[in-house]
Design a protein around this ligand. Structure first.
Ligand code: PLP
Length: 416
């Protein structure tokens, strides 16, 4: 045997078979297959073939009223918003191809941050590529190992993911429960860093947080406070700044997180604050730094929309009217809603289980109405619901039409 030949070495034991990484999804796959086998359509695979306005689309050839978008203020087809986007596309091209901290900050990104500073009357604004990244980035950068994030159990996934990324200790309190928040805070070491994270409107049930009670409690225990106003911007408060403004505690809030994907009508996220070192976060916040910035056309649409939302009192009033009318009408028909009163532009119709929720969802779609079907983990355990989100551009006639569709679908499926 010379140096170049060798005998094959037989392994003494067979290599262990690595598990299929998809195996963990098997129960979910089975549940979904069973549901679809019953002949219902997949509520998570809807395609809008055409979108005609903030409230109307064509889905599988059928004219459909949209009651399941986050387009609360109906800005997506605003002529000024569209013109601003087209102009920026012509002048600055289709994308920045770079991070905000390198080649990806154009004058449009700065103009957008200035519009946010004015809108919120705050000293600093940072624009992110999505609201998800804004929460992920700010929560993880502020609260690191050894710090505590005290959050509502029903917090959005982006808030939880921010805690995981930052490696902070998570302390949950019961949803919207003021006493439980205080109990949790009282048990934490006084010298530890603390960030209390709250949301103005909770997007699944459409209920609002008692910020006027919670924010002062957080301050009493020396915590910094971050409020996610994703579902309240443009709609709550005299200037549309959100629930913290409406409840008179905005001056005590350290950071407001928001998104452009709801009332602003495009895509993107932001953080506004009066903290003098806010700008420093740009250098240490990974979801801000290690991703491409928003295209110029997107920031131009966002800027125009934000500026128009400063003077949108009539739209706000009409959205509230819509929300009140639909809430009352659904209750009169016998549907069970998540809130006794209309607290926001989101009305959640509760159904006893997934099958009933999907049947009702499908019956509405066949009538020409699109709503969101929501189930755990997006909703609390055991909660299945149809989430209806109103738009300031829904006409009163559309709201009456929607009620007629709910009545027919409810009767056909036995939901009422
Ligand atoms: C409360 C809350 N925060 C943040 C986000 C993330 O927003 P975006 O769509 O901009 O990523 C959402 C999105 O649904 C949300 O509901």
């Amino acid at each position: 045997m010379n140096a170049t030949t060798s005998q094959a070495i037989e392994p003494e034991t067979e290599a262990p078979q690595a598990p299929d990484l998809f195996a963990k999804f098997a129960p979910l796959v089975k549940e979904r297959d069973n549901l679809l086998a019953a002949g219902v359509r997949d509520p998570f695979a809807i395609v809008m073939d055409e979108v005609k306005s903030p409230t109307e689309a064509v889905i599988e050839g059928k004219d459909t009223i949209l009651l399941g978008t986050y387009n609360y203020m109906g800005m997506t087809f605003d002529p000024d918003v569209i013109a601003a986007g087209k102009d920026a596309l012509d002048k600055f091209g289709s994308g920045t191809t770079g991070s905000r901290v390198l080649n990806g900050t154009y004058q449009g990104h700065k103009a957008c941050e200035e519009a946010l500073e004015e809108f919120y009357d705050m000293d600093h604004a940072m624009v992110f590529s999505t609201g998800y990244q804004a929460n992920l980035g700010i929560v993880s950068t502020l609260a690191g190992k050894g710090d505590y994030v005290i959050l509502d159990a029903d917090s959005h996934a982006s808030i939880y993911d921010g805690c995981f990324l930052g490696n902070a200790d998570i302390v949950r309190f019961r949803h919207n429960n003021v006493e439980n928040l205080e109990k949790r805070l009282a048990k934490l070491p006084p010298e530890a860093g603390k960030l209390v994270v709250l949301e103005g409107v909770y997007s699944m049930l459409g209920d609002i947080a008692p910020l006027d009670q919670m924010v002062p409690i957080a301050k009493k225990y020396g915590a910094m406070v971050l409020v996610d106003e994703a579902h309240s911007m443009g709609f709550f408060g005299e200037n549309g700044r959100g629930v913290a403004e409406a409840q008179g505690v905005i001056d005590q809030v350290d950071f407001i997180i928001g998104t452009f994907s709801k009332s602003v009508g495009t895509v993107g996220g932001f953080c506004v604050s009066n903290h003098p070192q806010t700008d420093f976060l740009r250098l240490v916040c990974r979801p801000y730094t290690f991703t491409a910035s928003l295209p110029p056309s997107v920031v131009a649409t966002a800027t125009t929309s934000i500026r128009k939302l400063m003077y949108a009192g009539n739209k706000r009033a009409h959205l509230w009217e819509n929300s009140k009318r639909l809430h009352q009408g659904l209750r009169d028909l016998g549907f069970k809603l998540a809130t006794d009163e209309p607290e926001s532009a989101i009305l959640a119709v509760l159904l006893p289980d997934q099958e009933k929720a999907v049947l009702m969802w499908q019956a509405l779609l066949e009538q020409g109405l699109y709503v969101n079907m929501a189930r755990p983990p997006a909703t609390p355990v055991g909660v299945y619901l149809l989430r209806c989100s109103l738009c300031a551009e829904h006409t009163s006639e559309q709201v009456e039409q929607i009620l007629g569709m709910f009545e027919a679908a409810g009767k056909a499926t036995g939901a009422i």
